[in-house]
Structures are given as structure tokens and as C-alpha cells.
Design a protein around this ligand. Sequence first.
Ligand SMILES: NCc1[nH]cc(CCC(=O)O)c1CC(=O)O
Length: 294
Amino acid sequence: MSIRIGTRGSALALAQTERVCRMLAERDIAVETFVITTEGDTTTGVPLHEIGGQGVFVRALDDAILRGEIDIAVHSMKDIPAARPPGLALGAVLERDSPADFLAYLGQIEDVRTVGSSSTRRCAQILRFDPSVEVKPLRGNVDTRIRKMRERQYDAIILAEAGLERLGYTLPGDRLPVDTFVPSPNQGAIAVVCREDPSLVEMLTFLDHAPTRFDVEAERAVMEEVGGGCFTPQGIYCRDGSLIGEVLALDGSRWERVEQHVETLEEARECGRDLRALAEHLIREAREALGLSS
Ligand SMILES: NCc1[nH]cc(CCC(=O)O)c1CC(=O)O
């Protein structure tokens, strides 16, 4: 018997899946890999929030598990939306890689005028840091984004450092500090999703890193309470129970923030409710500015 692993076909997804395959192989568990194309991979011209947010990357693989075509799927955990279909379990969360963002640029930092990113969070955070930069939309996989910077369509781009490391890329630029460029919830964590099947979940537990799982679940608890969706600039980061959450105005001119040590997911949830109450006006503002109704 072998485990059927589903993955997206992007270089990043394949690198992540390769890591899980290696870990399974070390335990003499046979694996078969299936590459599945998702709507998010075939639609690159429009901002993510217009095609249904991060969830588009995950849905096709969820469906393949539920149809019994594959047993497990490997994802960048930050791409997994808050609402999950019934019948699926989070089989394992690997030990976290770098949670930080990376500002990549070719010349001198002083010469950076245009920064490419389609993430409302990254745009707001870079504008807070330097309101004089011009942020320009930039979607596509990591390679596409790097190519566009090399073609000088942008002076700089912002990417997850974890993605660069998994692809083995070293780019000129700077790691952005996580206390001011607070990452997306679950950035840098790899998740293994499976059918809600106790024997399958049990088989995957050796892949699981408990401290990472607590931190990423605390981040998701905050994310669920804040709501906001991917159109609201928000950063949520937990490390060993030290939680930072912030919601920003789209132009980075204002923000609300909570910072607290949490021991339980319920405490994290409470922190999320506090942030929600503080940031209600910023969430409404972002939704209205982007012309979204829900
Ligand atoms: N938005 C796509 C995406 N999903 C996960 C990562 C990076 C890897 C990770 O966060 O685990 C990236 C690329 C990026 O944000 O630059």
C-alpha cells in the first residue's frame, strides 16, 4: 500500500511536497505524487481577492481528498482558508520555516521607488514604513514575481522568505522584521491535510511539530475572530505563545494592534475578539474601498 499525495504544480508546492515525501520515505512509507491544477494557478491576471481569495489554491485538493482520489495534500498553511469543509483533518504541521517577509531589490535601498505586491497587508506595511514608495499590483508565482523585478518592472518586491528558501533562491535584499512587518497567519508553515480518518491521522503524527501547531492554531483563532478576509490588511504572528495581531488601513496610515502572551487557543480567540473590536472601522473601510459587499 502507498500513500497518495496531492500537490499543486508550482515549483514551491512541489518543493514542499518533496520534503513531506522525504520524511515519509525515511519511515519506509511508500508514496505516489499527484499534481492537481487549481483555479488559482490558471488565473494570474487579477488580484486574488477578486477570484475568491487564497482558498482557490486549496479547494481542488480538498475535493480530490473527499472524492478519495488522494489520501493527503501538502499546502503552504497560510493558503488554507478559515472555513474548512467537513470530513477533512489537519494531519500534521511541519516545524515552521522563516515566518518573515523579504524585501528583494537589485540596486540600492535608497533608489527603491516602486514596490510590487498584491497583498493588501504587505502594501499597507511597506507604506507605513515609507509612505513615499509607490506600491504596484504584482501577482503570480515566486518565479514570475522575481522575473518582473529583474526586468525592472518594479524596483523591489516583497515575498515570503520561506518560499525563497524552499526554492533554494538567494536574492539581494533584506529580511523584514516580524514585529513591524507582522506576517500573514501561518506564513512559513507547511500543512498536511488528510481525510478525517483516525488511522491516517495517527500515521502522520510523526510529521507534526507541536510548538508550531500551537502557534499556527493560535494565529488561526485570531484570524477567525477578526474576520476581515484577505482584503483587510492584517498581520497575525505567534511564536512560542507570544502573539502579535494588527489590522492596518490600506494606505498604512493608521493601525490597531494587540500584543499578548497566550497559553491556550481560547486566550488567542479572546485576543482576536479584542482586535476585532479595536479594528472594526478599519475592516469596514477596507471592504468599502475595495468595493466588496461581504
Ligand atoms: N501567497 C502565495 C504563497 N503561499 C505561501 C507562500 C510562501 C511560503 C509560506 O508562507 O509558507 C507564498 C509566496 C509568498 O507569499 O511570497
